[in-house]
Ligand binder design. Sequence first.
Ligand SMILES: [Zn+2]
Ligand SMILES: [Zn+2]
Length: 425
Amino acid sequence: MNIRRPRGTEDMTPQNSTGWQHLVDTARRVAGRFGYGEIRTPVLEHRELFVRTVGESTDIVEKEMYSFQDRGGRDLTLRPDATAPAARLYLQENLFAEAQPVKLYYVNWPIFRYERPQAGRLRQHHQFGVECFGSPDPAVDAEIISLALHYLHELGLSDLQVSINSIGCPDCREDYRQTLVGHFRECEGEMCEDCRRRLRKNPLRILDCKRDECQKYLQEAPLMSSFLCDDCAAHFFQLQQYLQVLDVGYQCDSTLVRGLDYYTRTVFEITHPALGAKDVVCGGGRYDGLVEILGGEPTPGVGFGMGLERLLIIVESEDAELPGADQLDAFVVTIGDAAHREAVSLLKSLREGKISCDMDYLDRSVRAQMRYADKYPARFVLMLGDDELQSGQITVRNMQTGQQCMVDIDSVAEYLAEKTSSACG
Ligand SMILES: [Zn+2]
Ligand SMILES: [Zn+2]
């Protein structure tokens, strides 16, 4: 019986949820600050969506998708990419009819790819990303790169390297593609198997190859920058001007192409040394043809995605400050059966007063209950026994200072609300 979780997936427990929630909360805050609104799409989409957009000859579609037929005989795929579903939503929900551009973000989206599992590379990972539809303005490209950096800085990361490139539009890229095929055909025999296949199907992707045997030929390859048409060159130039205005340091990397077919013009990556030189924290770019591929009007778009598991590895490696686990406001220690019953109703009124609280449910000794409260950790312990029941007053102990006082049971919720909202407790 195989009841362990599938290879390449992870569980989240309360112990490791704090860092995760911090990544998600920060993403929502930063995206909101830039005017982006949250979207969610199903985890399942029609397989066709990804074949048409991500591209038939990409690794994702060829080797990495989780696809299956449902009981109705439909070909479905667990989404391996977030941009195509976002574009599908833009069309299907008529967002093109609203004021443009439409600025969307998603966070905590599971993404599925059948890859070789390694640190931070999972078969189910989760992404934060933004997509902006409806504007060709390079200032939007710059804004999106700046948004990603704001987010990473807010998580306490430094040492980030931004690389940008332009892969042109379908017109100028076709000239480049042909020149590239001519160049690589001469050394085809010495290149890796993947590159030989790419040469026939998707030669631009050869520039993405990380294999040593191909590096030499990559360095000698012609550059896209000398093939850009006037409009694409101007767009790339303006992007760089906007980045300078935004104080974003960057380098131009003419080998940067990104692995998906739908990109046009701007592509960019943000890397961090903790993941190694080849590993990317954030990747994105412009996809001006994407909505049209899906049957919509020609609509420019630009966006990025980042994997949250990998990001968490970096945040932890940098000792960037993560918020501590949430404290419990109050733990009710009970002595005796009558107190146990009374505590149940006390918890009810505390929770109605928005005080987080808990009590013992295992008939522990007072000492064991105190240890349990300590472990939470709880800021206050309320001691409830026969004496307290008789006097109607409860002992409240501040666990940080050790100070104790007596408070009327009826007003303990108010007392704690006041104490837990003030910094000194
Ligand atoms: Zn062009
Ligand atoms: Zn290769």
